[in-house]
Design a protein around this ligand. Structure first.
Ligand SMILES: [Zn+2]
Ligand SMILES: [Zn+2]
Length: 198
């Protein structure tokens, strides 16, 4: 009978299934208690020194403020990522749906657009790319850290979240894709094509 269970490397699935409590590190105060709270109070004297802390550090001499529970904070950050993913997926669906009927026309008119970054087909591709990149990033970095409740790692991903949001910004107008936007993008081109055809 094998007894070396402890030495066997854990599979990825097992690692991800470990609940956040088992993964929590010990507090820096030396109490041997696990960290449970997150300090986001900039006025707190321990804000920079001790971002995450244990129940024994929740005293007036240290963190004299309402505690933010780590697991909840981690969930909120993860939720922010999920919200963005849903938003981008919905945008992609809207675009795909609309392109089903309009792609040949868009392709034809895009040829006549002189500014490359104004081509509608390019914008549609940017939505598609954003959706794929965001999903890859989420699977690779956010899922595991959020399952572990690793708020420090999740906080480090904040600039990436912001960067993805910035990529979405100039594509937001596609949410309302329809005749009005179509006309706005192509009216000039249609006029030119018209002139050439008459
Ligand atoms: Zn402590
Ligand atoms: Zn504090």
């Amino acid at each position: 009978m094998e007894t070396n269970d402890d030495e066997q490397p854990q599979s990825k699935a097992q690692q991800q299934n470990i609940s956040y409590q088992e993964n929590l590190e010990l507090c820096s105060c030396g109490s041997q208690e696990s960290v449970m709270f997150y300090c986001q109070d900039q006025a707190c004297p321990f804000y920079k020194k001790q971002k995450i802390y244990c129940i024994e550090c929740m005293v007036p001499e240290k963190h004299d403020h309402r505690p933010v529970i780590l697991a909840k904070k981690a969930k909120n950050v993860a939720d922010e990522w999920s919200k963005l993913i849903i938003e981008v997926s919905m945008l992609r669906n809207t675009c795909n749906q609309w392109m089903k009927n309009n792609e040949p026309l868009v392709e034809f008119l895009d040829i006549h657009i002189t500014m490359p970054d104004q081509k509608l087909l390019l914008k549609m591709m940017q939505v598609e790319e954003l959706c794929i990149h965001l999903d890859q990033f989420y699977q690779q970095f956010v899922v595991e850290n959020s399952a572990k409740g690793d708020i420090m790692k999740l906080e480090q991903l904040k600039p990436d979240l912001l960067a993805f949001k910035q990529r979405l910004q100039p594509l937001q107008f596609l949410k309302n894709i329809g005749p009005a936007i179509f006309w706005k993008v192509y009216s000039e081109v249609i006029r030119q094509v018209n002139l050439r055809c008459t």
